[in-house]
Design a protein around this ligand. Structure first.
Ligand SMILES: NC(=O)c1ccc[n+]([C@@H]2O[C@H](COP(=O)([O-])OP(=O)(O)OC[C@H]3O[C@@H](n4cnc5c(N)ncnc54)[C@H](O)[C@@H]3O)[C@@H](O)[C@H]2O)c1
Length: 337
C-alpha cells in the first residue's frame, strides 16, 4: 500500500498531537519531516518520533522533494502564506483553522486552491469529525427533529489556562475568530444556511487585558439565518470547571443536545464535594479522536483522489462571518451580512 509522506510545521499545543497522530495512529502515512523554529522542541520531538528530516524554516521543509503533503499547525497569521507556498511546491495541504486572519488572505488561499485542482486541501474543522456531532448531523439531515428553530452553542476555555489566552491575545484575532469559528462552522453545517443579521455583546468580566485588543473574555452573538434559524453562540475563557463545549439544536419536532453536560468520561465521583462528574480539561482531551479521524480523512482523500467535505470556501466563509461578529461586538449594532 502507498504511504503518504507528510511534513508537519508547528510543534506547539496542537502541533505535537498532530505529529504524534501522524507518526503513530494514521494509516498509510509516514511522518517524513518536522519543522519548528524552536530548535529544542524540534529535536526533542523528532528524536522521540524517529524523524530524520528536521527544519527550522518552512521554505526549507517544502523544498524536500519526496514530501507528498504538509500539515500546518503554525500560528494563524502564517497559514495563508504557507498554504500558497506549499501548493505551489506541489504538496497536498492540511491547514489548521483559521484559513487566514483577514478576508483578503482567505481570498488568496481560495485562489491558490483553485489554481491547484489536482491537490487535496483540507481545513481543520475537527468538530465535524467528532462521532457525536456526526451522529447528530445525520439525524438533523434526516429530518428527525423537524425544521431547526434554534442552534445554540457554548465554547469555553478553562480559566486555569487564562495566562496562555492573554499571551496569545495579540495574535489570535479575538474570541470570535479564534474560538467561535468552530461553532460558526457547525451552525452552517447543521442548518445548511447562512447568516443574514448579527448582534453581538460581551466584555472583559474578569480580565481587562483583552480590552486593549478590542476583545472580551466572554462574548456572545445572536444571528438570524436566511432559513430563519436563530443562532446563539457564546465563547468564553473563564470556565471554572474545565473545557466546556456544548451544543443544542431545537427543531419543530425534537431537540438534540451534544455534550449538554460536558464530561471527561463515564466516571462518577462521590466524595466530600458531593456526587460529581469531571469535565474534559482542554480541546486535546475532548476532541482527541476527532483529530485522528480528520487527519485520516485527509490522507484517505489523497490516496483515493477525492476532495474533502470541508473546503477552502468553508474556511473563507466562516472567517468572513467571524469578522462580522467581531465588528458587531465592537460597534454594538445590529449588522447585516
Ligand atoms: N482545531 C483546533 O481545535 C485548534 C486548537 C488549538 C489551536 N488551533 C490552531 O492551530 C494553530 C497552532 O496553535 P497552537 O495553539 O498549537 O500554537 P502554539 O503557539 O502552541 O505553537 C505554535 C508552534 O509554531 C512554532 N512556530 C511559530 N512560528 C514559526 C515559524 N515561523 N516557523 C516555524 N515554526 C514556527 C512555535 O515555535 C510553536 O512551537 C493556530 O492556528 C490555532 O488557531 C486549532
Amino acid at each position: 500500500m502507498v504511504k503518504i509522506r507528510i511534513g508537519s510545521i508547528g510543534l506547539g499545543r496542537l502541533g505535537l498531537t498532530h505529529a504524534e497522530n501522524i507518526a503513530n495512529k494514521i494509516r498509510h502515512t509516514e511522518l517524513a519531516a518536522l519543522c519548528d523554529m524552536d530548535e529544542k522542541r524540534l529535536h526533542e520531538t523528532a528524536d522521540r518520533l524517529g524523524v530524520v528530516n528536521r527544519y527550522t524554516t518552512f521554505e526549507e521543509m517544502i523544498a524536500q522533494k519526496d514530501l507528498d503533503a504538509v500539515v500546518l499547525v503554525s500560528p494563524s497569521g502564517l497559514h495563508t502564506k504557507q498554504i500558497v507556498a506549499a501548493l505551489d511546491a506541489g504538496k497536498h495541504v492540511f491547514s489548521e483553522k483559521p484559513l487566514g486572519v483577514t478576508v483578503a488572505e482567505c481570498k488568496e488561499a481560495e485562489k491558490a486552491v483553485e489554481d491547484h485542482p489536482e491537490k487535496v486541501f483540507m481545513l481543520g474543522f475537527m468538530r465535524r469529525f467528532d462521532e457525536s456531532y456526526q451522529y447528530a448531523h445525520k439525524k438533523v439531515a434526516a429530518g428527525e427533529i423537524g425544521k431547526p428553530v434554534l442552534f445554540r452553542a457554548y465554547s469555553q476555555d478553562p480559566e486555569k489556562f487564562i495566562e496562555g489566552g492573554i499571551a496569545f491575545a495579540a495574535h489570535s484575532g479575538g474570541e470570535f475568530l479564534d474560538m467561535a469559528v468552530h461553532d460558526i462552522d457547525l451552525a452552517r453545517w447543521f442548518t445548511g444556511s447562512e447568516p443574514e443579521t448579527v448582534y453581538a455583546i460581551g466584555g472583559c468580566y474578569a480580565h481587562p487585558e483583552f480590552g486593549k485588543y478590542h476583545d472580551g473574555d466572554n462574548v456572545s452573538c445572536l444571528m438570524k439565518f436566511r432559513n430563519d434559524t436563530m443562532v446563539y453562540l457564546f465563547a468564553g475563557r473563564t470556565a471554572p470547571h474545565g473545557y466546556n463545549v456544548e451544543t443544542e439544536i431545537i427543531g419543530t419536532k425534537g431537540i438534540l443536545r451534544i455534550a449538554n453536560v460536558p464530561q471527561k468520561n463515564l466516571v462518577e465521583i462521590l466524595d466530600n464535594h458531593g456526587v460529581r462528574k469531571e469535565c474534559s480539561e482542554n480541546f486535546l482531551e475532548r476532541f482527541d479522536s476527532a483529530y485522528v479521524r480528520e487527519m485520516q480523512e485527509f490522507v484517505d482523500c489523497i490516496i483515493a483522489g477525492r476532495k474533502p467535505e470541508v473546503t477552502v470556501y468553508d474556511g473563507a466563509r466562516v472567517l468572513e462571518i467571524a469578522y462580522k461578529c467581531k465588528e458587531a461586538f465592537e460597534s454594538g449594532e445590529l449588522l447585516k451580512f
